[in-house]
Design a protein around this ligand. Sequence first.
Ligand code: NAD
Length: 360
Amino acid sequence: MHDFEYQALPARAVFGAGAAHTRLSGEFDRLGATRILLVATERERPLVDELVAPFANRVVATFTGVRQHVPVAVAQQARELAASVGADAVLAVGGGSTTGTAKAIALTTGLPVVAVPTTYAGSEVTPLWGLTENGRKTTGTDPVVLPRAVVYDPELTLTLPADLSATSGLNAMAHCVEAFWAPRRNPISSLVAEEGIRALATGLPAVVACGDDLEARSEVLYGSYLAGVALAGAGTGLHHTICHVLGGAFDLPHAATHAVVLPHVLAFNAPGAPDAARRIGRALGGGDPVHALRALGTQLGIPRGLRELGMREDQIDEAVALVAATVPADNPVPVDAAALRGLLRAAWAGEPGTTEEEQP
Ligand code: NAD
């Protein structure tokens, strides 16, 4: 056993089918909040109106200007609305972009956030925030953005289409996989990550086969919660660095980018992290982890390469330069520009990289 540090975070989680209808009001009672700002997309507006009906008298405004990767201008509009209505708490109902907008409000105002996730992003239990400006994504860590309570209700994920369920679930998978070599890796996060991988790998095929399967939806939502906890505890490494660069620079869809890139980073890092590879493989059902992850991606029907997400081949060099500037120092395998180019070229094309040995 190596020496380690582990910072447990005070994120409160309430989990259950129907919980968003029955438990939200009590969470605001706990906070003593009487002037709640809602954050949701237009798509979620009818759902949110229904959820807050029991305490509608405490809701003072709704912000629906959510955009992917939280542009700075959007954050500013949301903060101004919070100030103008004198909000004393924020309720975010939606995916990672919605949670991220609520976090951006909390970052400058200190307002407490209650989150109700409707995807598998895992953002709702991390103190990480992200903002985008001029094609560059800035991320940071601040305990003030960590939601005070999270209400997990698998019923709200029943409407998530199969393709988004698959990519969002693999975004959560990426948090778990990367927790094994991220800078603050520790035995607790690894334990959580391994169980997260197992839950996601078990539930996702059933969710994609039948979106109404509430049991499978619950399993995947549980896995995404564990994924967020693993990410918060261990931090991020090469995989998240690559995906943040690609998302910020080329406006690629966040979850799908993670889903496409993950097997390539796992294949790249596995030789330098044999214990991680063994545990990831075990959680995926046994055998070679890269092969198992690729097989899962194929079964879930995820896009093959970044080119299918709209990235152009002539953007690979720019991506290499941007990632090279922020590559984590202690990645299990040394990363230079040539290695990065090989990895990104393979992820772009959707083919195994030159350093990989394909399994039968
Ligand atoms: P998203 O929030 O952008 O949502 C994707 C799409 O799904 C949207 O069109 C949304 O309206 C729709 N949607 C959401 N829930 C739905 C449902 N139940 N049914 C039908 N449609 C639904 O995507 P995301 O992948 O959840 O989040 C991505 C963002 O989260 C990125 O900005 C990423 O950086 C951030 N993120 C942050 C962290 C963190 O710890 N800070 C972790 C993971 C992701």
